[in-house]
Each structure stands twice: as C-alpha cells, then as structure tokens.
Design a protein around this ligand. Sequence first.
Ligand SMILES: [Zn+2]
Ligand SMILES: [Zn+2]
Length: 450
Amino acid sequence: MNKFQLYTFMAVLGTGTLQTAFGQTQTLNARMEKMAENLEKKVVTWRRDFHQHPELGNREFQTAAKIAAHLQSLGMEVKTGVGKTGVVGLLKGGKPGPVIALRADMDGLPVTERVDLPFKSEARTEYNGQQTGIMHACGHDTHVAILMGAAEVLASVKNDLRGTVKFIFQPAEEGAPTGEEGGAYLMVKEGVLENPKVDAIFGLHINSQTEVGTIKYRPGATMAAVDSYAIKIKGKQTHGANPWSGVDPIVTSAQVVMGLQTIVSRNVNLTDNAAVVTVGALHGGIRQNIIPEEANMIGTIRTFSPEAQKLVHRRINEIATNIAESAGAQADVKIDVMYPVTYNDPKLTDQMVPSLEAVAGKNNVKITPAATGAEDFSFYQQKVPGFFYFLGGMTKGKKVEDAAPHHTPDFQIDEGGFVLGMKSLCRLTTDYMEQASKGIAVKELTASGK
Ligand SMILES: [Zn+2]
Ligand SMILES: [Zn+2]
C-alpha cells in the first residue's frame, strides 16, 4: 500500500491513530502471508533435501550448517554449536518489544524408509549395535524447512517488527545417544532462553494423521511427561526341579508385572487425566531346568501432572519392593525422570488461538485430546510461557487409518500444509508483539514449572 492508498484507506475508515495502526497491521499481515505463499516452493525444496539427508540426534552437522548459512544470508546474528549441534538466529526488529522464540527440532530416527519417494532417504548407520536406515520418520525435516521459511518472512518485514525473534533449531528431540546430554534440556542449560531473555516461545509439530489445513491444540497439559524405570528382582538360584531350595525371581516378576497394572486402574484418578505404566521388556534365566538368580524388567511411565507423576513413582516402588519381599526376594527399583509434561500456558493459549484462526480459518482450528507421547518442548515451557500446536500433514480426504503413524517406515507427509505452518508461526509472533505493545496480559503469564 502506498501513501495515497493508505490515506484513502484511512478516509474510508475515518481518520485517527487507531485506524493508522490498524491499517499498518493489516498491511504487515498481508505482506507476510503473500511472502509465505511465494516461499512455498523454496521450503518444499529445503524439506526434500533434509528428508533425503537425515541425521540422528546430536549428529545434525550438515542440517545445522545449511540452517546457519540460511540465517546468515538473512543478515541475522547466528550462533552455532548450542547444545551440541543447535543453531540460534537472532532477528532484531525495527521497534522495541518482547523477545519471541520460535523452535524447530532437527533430528531423524533409526528407521529404514519404505516410502517410494524421489527424495527417499538411503542413509544408513549403526545404532546400538544394529545396522539401520536413518529416516525423518517424525517429520522434523518439515519443522526445519517451515521455520527457515518463517525466518525469511519475518526478516523481510524486520523494520516493522515490534520486538526480537529468536529462532531455535534444536538437536536430539527424540533423545540423545546413550551417555550424552542433548535436546531442549541442554539448550536451556546452555542459556538459550537468556541474552536476550525470551518472553514467550512457540513451536509446532507436523501430524501425519491430521488433514492439511487443520491446526490442533490443547490448553494446559498437551503431551505427557515421560519417565523410564528399571526393576531388578533378586532371588536365589536353584535347580529347576527343586524350587523349594531357592527363591524364584521369574514368578516374583510375574506378580510384579500384574501388580503394576493396578496403578493406573486403582490408584490414579482417571477423571483428572490419563496415565500409562508399560512393561516394555522382561528378561530372566537361561535354561529350562535352572531357576535363575535374578530377573530384570524395564518400562515407561506417562503422566500429565506432577501429582500423578509422584503417585505413580511411589506406587511402582511400593509394589515392586513389597511383592518381592513377600516372596523372599529383593527388588531394586530405578526411575529415570525424562521429559516434563508439555504444558500450554492457558492464558497464553487463549491469547494466541485467534492468531491461528486468522491464518487457518476458525473452523480449521480444533482442540485435540491430550497425547500420551512426549515432547521435549516441555523444557522451554518450564522456564517461559509456551504454546505448542499440531499442524496437519495428511492429504485431504485420506482416511486416518490409512495414514502411517509417526516413527514408522511408511510415515509420509503431504507438503500442502507448509504455507500454513509458516503463516501461523509468523502471525503468532507479530500478534504477540502487537498485544505486548498495547500492554495486554504478557506479565500475568506464568511458566509451567510452578
Ligand atoms: Zn518423534
Ligand atoms: Zn517429533
């Protein structure tokens, strides 16, 4: 809009500063949307390149180099090697205001791709002693490409931005290799939310079973906290023909497995939230006529509140220890706390949903049930208010049961949702800045760590 058009526009609306501000905002939004549409091809090309060359967590060297080069080409201040391979770009707007962080994760998975695509991954590696393919089987390639696109859009309207944008490209969301630190946890530990201090953070996850054009979100607890546990049952080894002269850790383990089933069914208040306790592996013994010395089990825990998490941990300990004791055995219980609950600050969510509706259309923004999967975006949300949402990546009209889930060899994403991904991230950023400049709510927001 040139000056003359702007004046005409104001004349239609009536004059005054409010209309001027409104007019400029409209122009900014329109410019960003147009730019996002123009960038679609470029973003698809980037995505295909990342898809064809996936890298595992903490090993995203080529991915990070390409991202850093792009952010530098946009004139940003760029830091590399944050939290191992993470890349952080800083875009300072022309006007003062809050600092918004936008985050994308970069890692692929040890999955061998089965989808027949021209940009199919042929990458292979050894993982935990096994030969495997590497695949972007969770769609993090799309997150990187979309955020690179959003960075280009926001850089193009830099002078009109009322604040600063911090672009966080994060390694190892799926977990660091054994013995290494990584992911959001490490980036936060290395100060990614400081200097300048982040006021709010936004992130999205593509979804292979949600139609292109749709955005889903949930206020409050959105994805589960995840912990893992290991239980060692120590008995007394004996001949399989004379069980009375030993203590059988296999029978004791079987009782512990059944006992663990009562935690969710009998102890957790399921009217508040769901919870899961899964036994993922159970090993003991070597031969049919030997009762072994010990048996070992490992499993995963999913909860949606600190209270439920504490309760489940306590009950696992009590059940394993006391069942073992009743059998004359002994239980060693180890629980590793992994990712916190992905918690969308309810006030921030309320404040930002209209921005999603503005770019996707009101009917295309839907509330989703909480998911028992986990997401390390939660580590940022422990420190600052954050909002995490899901972007449709399934071809329109396809049946959900025909769309392969994440982490599988047939996982596939329809690229038609990328423009909406860019638009939504950009709009959340500029709307938050606008609201902050009008003094709305920002200070009342709280981080989920409380
Ligand atoms: Zn995943
Ligand atoms: Zn993921």
